[in-house]
Design a binder for this molecule. Structure first.
Ligand code: GDP
Length: 285
């Protein structure tokens, strides 16, 4: 989250990833299962070109399981496989080498045709900040690897980590920037912890989230704030939540700033339960 993206940083990140990709057979792209589109780099397709790719839908413990299933189908194609994982708790990690091997079958066939001895499949983890790249690398390595390559002035020799017999992983991930153009994307990134919260206004984010919850998960919203119904008017909804949570200023008025911050933090802390902020086929994406 410390990474601030300016044009110079983006150009450097792109150069570094392009350089790393030269050595790579299969790309492992990590996205946040709650926002699989907003948590992707806008240039990812162009960057990885036609290399086989495994998309990991990470943080699935926080996402709506039905929606994650739908995303898994939406992402898979001829060159792309998808796995749903929860890196924090190590779920789905063991399947990664198997999927990588399947994706590399074209490569094995090519080696055989050319009479080249098969070697381990070389992989690289790619993703925007905070999607779980280090967590996945550490789980695959089976130990804690210090990822220091992205600190200014620190260069680290890259090492290959052996994962089983048939897979190797670069120990430094490729870090790319998220999409920024759309306001809604910024809200989704902030709500899921991918960008700094102080870049955005709490009231704007709370309005965005409450509208989304009203449309998509009304029962979750009602139960979270103990509401008998959801008022259509946003001010009334803020009033109802603010009163429930005791966010009042002198004179008994609701403190909208504090109410907004509470709603935002409740979501960030996972208190709404398993909620996906993007669904395949949504118009707003
Ligand atoms: P990186 O910046 O992409 O390397 O992300 P990190 O691996 O440092 O993870 C960012 C944050 O997300 C950390 O607080 C992790 O503990 C957390 N995290 C990573 N994977 C998961 C997951 O599957 N579920 C949950 N709930 N948290 C995760």
């Amino acid at each position: 989250m410390a990474v601030q993206w300016y044009p110079g940083h983006m150009a450097k990140a792109k150069r570094e990833v392009t350089e790393k990709l030269k050595q790579i057979d299969v790309v492992i792209e990590i996205v946040d299962a709650r926002i699989p589109l907003s948590s992707r780099n806008p240039m990812i397709e162009e960057l990885i070109s036609h290399k086989p790719r495994l998309v990991l839908l990470n943080k699935s413990d926080l996402a709506d399981p039905e929606t994650t299933k739908a995303w898994q189908e939406a992402f898979s194609d001829e060159f792309t496989s998808t796995l749903t994982i929860d890196a924090q708790h190590g779920k789905g990690i063991k399947q990664i080498p198997q999927e990588v091997k399947k994706l590399a079958s074209v490569l094995f066939a090519k080696w055989e045709r050319k009479g080249i001895n098969p070697r381990a499949v070389r992989t690289l983890i790619l993703g925007i900040p905070n999607v779980g790249k280090s967590t996945v690398i550490n789980k695959l390595a089976g130990k804690k690897i210090a990822i220091i390559g992205d600190k200014p002035g620190v260069t680290k020799k890259q090492q290959w980590i052996k994962v089983g017999k048939e897979m190797e992983l670069l120990d430094t991930p490729g870090i790319l920037w998220p999409k920024f153009e759309e306001e809604a994307v910024g809200y989704r990134l902030a709500l899921t912890g991918a960008v700094k919260e102080d870049l955005l206004d709490f009231q704007d984010m709370a309005v965005f989230l409450l509208r989304f919850m009203t449309d998509t998960y009304p029962e979750v919203l009602k139960s979270r704030y103990d509401l008998s119904h959801i008022p259509e008017d946003m001010v009334e909804l803020f009033d109802a939540i603010g009163r429930r949570r005791g966010c009042l200023v002198s004179g008994g008025e609701v403190d909208y700033d504090r109410t907004a911050e509470i709603v935002f933090r409740d979501f960030r802390q996972g208190l709404f339960g398993r909620v996906s902020l993007e669904h395949p086929g949504d118009k707003q994406i």
